[in-house]
Design a binder for this molecule. Structure first.
Ligand code: UDP
Length: 451
């Protein structure tokens, strides 16, 4: 007979950057003796085929069981809400009927309707934010009308945050007209009801965003539980937890790792823009020539859908100096001794991974929360620098070259590496026995059992 202390159903938004952190939190809860059911959409489950983690997986439907490629967000979100609400309800009832009643639904903040499903079913609910506390504090201020859009000033002062320029704000705030459906979703819908959830989880840790967490936690049941990096890269308490376990892209692990093994310490620039960003052709070109001109090797993740933007013959011309892969084992790459720095779009997971593995960053934010993360990397955590774009928003090849030299060499580079080491230690400590994120996870579990 199963002897679990409680049962949590965990539902991420079905993209890589949301699945990874929520799956890791699922593993942590399971480690604390909680039974976990991880729910994905039918399409996603059928596409990936397997989840390599010993977590029980069930499916719901987003209304697009054949895939939602090319469907506009303003159509996808309402359909997901309708069909998702129905199928999530069915799943919870099915688990109840089979003797595994759900005690708490932990849902992605991008799926705010899950709170209504939980309330209707009389189940408690925890909302999980996969982006930083700072970014969500900005959205919260906009949603409540405390920060008016379009911005009237060139900078803003928000409680708990350093002074921010418009260019440091998430793109949905600095340029709301450009992405109306996303602005509605990120800035309003996900903030609308989050304060009614029983728990509010953030994939961050106390020391990283101390002021803003302190400010938010005064008024809300906030729990920081990150960084949600597989345990074996950090405090090593979850045996065999070496990878996230669900890949939407096929990693070229062998080619990538054997190439890195041939390189010397701190000699490689790693470049990746995550799973969603689409670079302008001009930007790809500038980056390509910047990498070719630098005196370091490079490992560049160019997703298949982006590869046609590479300059003609670039792969051939840079053979030996650089390796281009369509997807890689990012954590193993960042942990490899040959990696000297990471040119990153500053997606929140990539930022936390670089920080947790002590890899200096060159920030090239593209959209959504990435500019705010870049601001923190450059000015607050001081473990990287932001590559400044020109008046057309393109980071030129010479700027890329200069950034690589600054981070890899000289006094500023040394200072950045020292800070990177400090953040790596603090990230590990947050998850160690008695660390802030460990305590918060345990406190959640004990409250869940008691009530
Ligand atoms: N990632 C990976 N292999 C790659 C590139 C990225 O496994 O070649 C992972 C990375 O480790 C991170 C996630 O994909 O966990 C990307 O999430 P992030 O928040 O950084 O960016 P997004 O894809 O959401 O823009």
């Amino acid at each position: 007979m199963e002897t679990h202390r409680a049962h949590c159903l965990i539902l991420p938004y079905p993209v890589q950057g949301h699945i990874n952190p929520m799956l890791q939190f699922a593993k942590r809860l399971q480690h604390e003796g909680v039974k976990v059911t991880f729910a994905t959409t039918k399409f996603l489950f059928e596409t990936v085929g397997e989840v390599s983690a010993s977590i029980s997986v069930e499916t719901i439907s987003d209304g697009y069981d054949e895939g939602a490629n090319g469907i506009a967000m303003e159509i996808y979100f309402p359909r997901f809400q309708k069909v998702g609400s129905e199928t999530l309800t069915e799943l919870v009832l099915k688990l109840q009927d089979s003797g595994r009643p759900v005690d708490c639904i932990i849902y992605d903040a991008f799926l705010p309707w899950c709170l209504d499903v939980a309330k209707d079913l009389g189940v408690r609910a925890g909302v999980f934010f996969t982006q930083s506390c700072a970014v969500n504090n900005i959205y919260n201020h906009v949603h409540k009308g405390l920060l008016k859009l379009p911005l009237e000033e060139s900078g803003v002062d928000i409680p708990g945050l350093p002074p921010l320029l418009a260019s440091d704000l998430p793109s949905f705030v600095s340029n709301p007209g450009l992405y109306p459906a996303s602005t509605q979703m990120f800035v309003h819908d996900q903030i609308e009801n989050f304060e009614e959830a029983d728990w509010i989880f953030f994939n961050t840790f106390y020391g990283l965003e101390e002021e803003v967490i302190h400010w938010m936690a005064k008024i809300l049941p906030v729990k920081t539980i990150g960084p949600t990096i597989p345990s074996m890269y950090l405090e090593k308490r979850l045996e065999d937890d070496k990878q996230y376990g669900l890949n939407l892209f096929k990693p070229m692990t062998n080619a990538c790792m054997s190439w890195l093994n041939e390189r010397s310490i701190n000699s490689v620039v790693y470049v990746s823009f995550g799973s969603l960003a689409k670079l302008e052709v001009k930007q790809m070109e500038e980056l390509a020539w910047g990498l070719r001109a630098s005196s370091y090797h490079f490992l560049w993740v160019v997703r298949e859908s982006e590869s046609k933007k590479l300059p003609k013959d670039f792969v051939k011309e840079t053979f030996g100096k650089g390796l281009i892969i369509s997807w890689g084992p990012q954590l193993d790459v960042l942990a490899h001794k040959s990696i000297g720095c990471f040119i990153t779009h500053c997606g929140w997971n990539s930022t936390l991974e670089a920080l947790s593995l002590g890899v200096p960053m060159i920030a090239m934010p593209q959209w959504t929360d990435q500019s705010t993360n870049a601001k923190f990397v450059n000015d607050i955590w001081k473990m990287g620098i932001k590559a400044q774009p020109d008046e057309n928003g393109i980071v030129r090849r010479d700027v890329i070259g200069q950034c690589i030299s600054i981070v890899m060499e000289g006094e500023i580079g040394q200072e950045i590496r020292k800070n990177a080491k400090k953040w790596k230690d603090l990230a590990r400590q947050a998850l160690e026995e008695g660390g802030s994120s460990d305590e918060n996870t345990k406190d959640f579990v004990s409250k869940l059992i008691q009530s």
